[in-house]
Ligand binder design. Sequence first.
Ligand SMILES: Cc1ncc(COP(=O)(O)O)c(C=O)c1O
Length: 413
Amino acid sequence: MAELALRGGAPVRPQGYPAWPVHDERDVEAVAEVVRSGHWGGFPEPGPLAAEFAGRFAAYQGSRHGVVMVNGTVTMEVALKALVIGWGDEVIVPALTFAATPYAAMAAGALPVFCDVLPDTLTIDPDQVEAAVTSRTRAIMPVHLGHQMADMDRLTEIARRHGLALVEDCAHAHGQRWRDRGAGSFGAFGSFSHQSTKLLTAGEGGSLITNDEGLARRAHSLIDCGRAKDPEEKEFTFGANYRLGELHAALLLCALERLPGQQAQRAEAGRHFEQLAGQVPGIRLLPPDPRITRWSFYRYIVLIDPEAFAGAGNRRVCQALEAEGVGAWEGYEPMSRYDLFQPALSRLPVAVEHATRLDPARMSFPVAEDAGLRRTVYLDENVFRAGRRGVEDAVEALAKVQRHADELVEAGT
Ligand SMILES: Cc1ncc(COP(=O)(O)O)c(C=O)c1O
């Protein structure tokens, strides 16, 4: 008889994990109040609740200004445009991320230049960043992936030495701190997503944070159809409507109240997980960089050794974990595999030089490819919001899938 739930066995955690997003009557009332007020939209920009949230969230991350908008992709596009980065410019991004990061560079008109990631953190490799800098490079966009942060010591130093802007993709890093400095506050801009699965969500939404008042003003203009934001300077930008509505802002204000408690809970459960999961054969942990001084993670990434799972890869292991009742996802494909970045497949209207630079034959990222295609298992955030027992069940599910790995293979796919 089969043991794995995938093949009809009893699941380790039939009751599953707490739902996300967390909400209660406070959220209902906050939204109802906006409905009653009749002030639903984001115009005039920013709406009062959008402004309140943007200010509070920026302060929480340790930045002076916040600008809230429709999602965490246009945030990065707006950041680059605010920095006047566009045609002919190059922007360095990691090869292991969501497509939104390089897409944003392209949407601004710039060329994304990919770098491989470090094997111990899966974040951009600073040595490769250094090697990728050319006379056209204008910005570095590191991504704080899963439960890690990119090496902000090295990256700030490289950016300073080459005169490059830093735009941090913090879609996974609400609340994280590096040497007591908030994620997103190291360079010109920090970009956050408030999409459904993220740690601070209203279903959709995005935030930019910055310490530079002029850049904040330009970002406000860019998301508000280019309207001038300083009556003195009359600066008008090439903008569009990326404003966030007040219903979303009301939800974000409620979510921000809960974030610190949820984050402390996940960090404590994460440490318990690390004590136990390291003993599971075939599982490699990537301990958080010790320079992370407030740990707040989106998903916890472990690496599997396919040899120890009867040759099964991360996708199959995630299916088995899901069947056991533990939310798991195999994560991002390396960017070298994305159709979007292969001109012949995506039919991008790119210039010849762009097409040459994006030639898939020239894109080789051994660490990102090995991790993303075979090894990464991203455990859902809710595994770390269900007490010690929640974590113990997830570890047992990992161990069980490994013990009965032969069933993964027999079950096919
Ligand atoms: C690393 C990363 N960057 C950017 C984004 C884009 O955010 P959004 O979905 O809000 O556009 C996401 C999430 O979806 C992400 O995971």
